[in-house]
Design a protein around this ligand. Structure first.
Ligand SMILES: NC(=O)c1ccc[n+]([C@@H]2O[C@H](COP(=O)([O-])OP(=O)(O)OC[C@H]3O[C@@H](n4cnc5c(N)ncnc54)[C@H](OP(=O)(O)O)[C@@H]3O)[C@@H](O)[C@H]2O)c1
Length: 275
């Protein structure tokens, strides 16, 4: 389950999904290979994999299912030692976190990073990856999750309701998974990255920030490519990262998972299981 599933299902993202409903939902998955297409080498029935379906435009998604058809360019072996339902919480947000931290934030050991939305799917992955690099992470989230975020590696935690960006000190990097107040948060660091450009107003703020040159707000749309998925698997296998699961719903109860995603307040990810 991803935040965007709610927008696709509700019709709020018709520019992406197209106007014809119903639509299939779900972007990323973990599972076992059931069959391999003609000419595909390197994979066989029973391999434990994770990855992404083709994207959420024009009805090509649909990872919330018993079976998915996946191009080999969008999967890798799943990590060893965690069950597939738990693993399913990580590919989408994990790869997005890798790309945000490595390619856009260019994070290095010893830097100070402010992370907004730290309790979310993206944030809980980005926090662990940054902490494993030796980055000093200040995590911003709802009060009830602050202790858990320390356990995931945050050096400082801030209650989102008690802070104002103008009162915060400077950082080397701001990484944002929220999409609001971006102009104010951009001032806190020479590098700012948001993944939440689809939030109302965010895209305009990102576009307007190009006047600040290297201090502009950076953003991107994550793709689940095989090489990045394999890197993510390695990070989990090396003990740098664990999926954070807020709840698991059987496929027949996917509607309840949507309601809970909409309500918010979760730590980590909701998973829809067909096992
Ligand atoms: N660009 C990409 O490729 C990409 C990839 C993945 C996700 N996204 C987008 O990025 C956003 C985050 O994704 P996600 O998977 O992490 O979603 P998520 O699991 O819903 O997490 C969002 C988190 O932000 C928190 N939050 C809301 N307002 C906040 C504030 N003012 N300060 C601090 N935290 C706040 C939420 O808390 P509450 O639940 O308590 O409100 C929640 O914990 C979504 O808009 C999603 O669509 C983009």
């Amino acid at each position: 389950m991803n935040a965007v599933d709610v927008a696709l299902r509700s019709g709020a993202a018709r520019l992406l999904s197209g106007r014809r409903f119903p639509r299939r939902l779900g972007l990323d998955f973990a599972g076992e290979i059931d069959a391999v297409g003609p000419g595909v080498t390197g994979w066989r029935q029973g391999d434990r994999v994770w990855g992404g379906v083709r994207g959420f435009t024009r009805g090509q998604n649909g990872a919330a299912a018993d079976y998915v058809l996946v191009p080999r360019t969008q999967l890798s072996l799943a990590p060893a030692g965690i069950d597939l339902v738990t693993a399913a919480a990580l590919p989408g947000v994990g790869v997005t976190a890798l790309i945000a931290l490595q390619r856009h934030a260019r994070l290095r050991e010893g830097q100070r990073m402010l992370l907004r939305g730290a309790a979310g799917g993206f944030g809980s992955a980005a926090l662990q990856l940054a902490a494993s690099l030796g980055v000093h992470v200040t995590a911003v989230a709802g009060a009830r999750h602050l202790d858990a975020l320390r356990e995931l590696g945050a050096k400082e935690v801030l209650d989102r309701r008690l802070i104002h960006p103008g009162d915060l000190p400077g950082y080397d990097v701001v990484v944002d998974g929220v999409g609001t107040d971006l102009a104010a948060y951009r001032r806190l660091a020479p590098r700012t990255v948001t993944i939440a450009f689809a939030q109302p107003g965010a895209l305009a703020t990102v576009a307007a920030s190009t006047v600040f040159g290297s201090r502009r707000i950076r953003s991107f749309s994550g793709r689940l490519r095989a090489a990045d998925l394999a890197t993510l698997t390695q990070r989990v296998n090396d003990g740098h990262l664990q999926p954070v699961v807020a709840g698991v719903y059987p496929l027949e109860e996917a509607a309840e998972a949507h309601r809970r995603q909409e309500a918010g307040g979760n730590l980590g990810k909701l998973v829809i299981s067909s096992l």
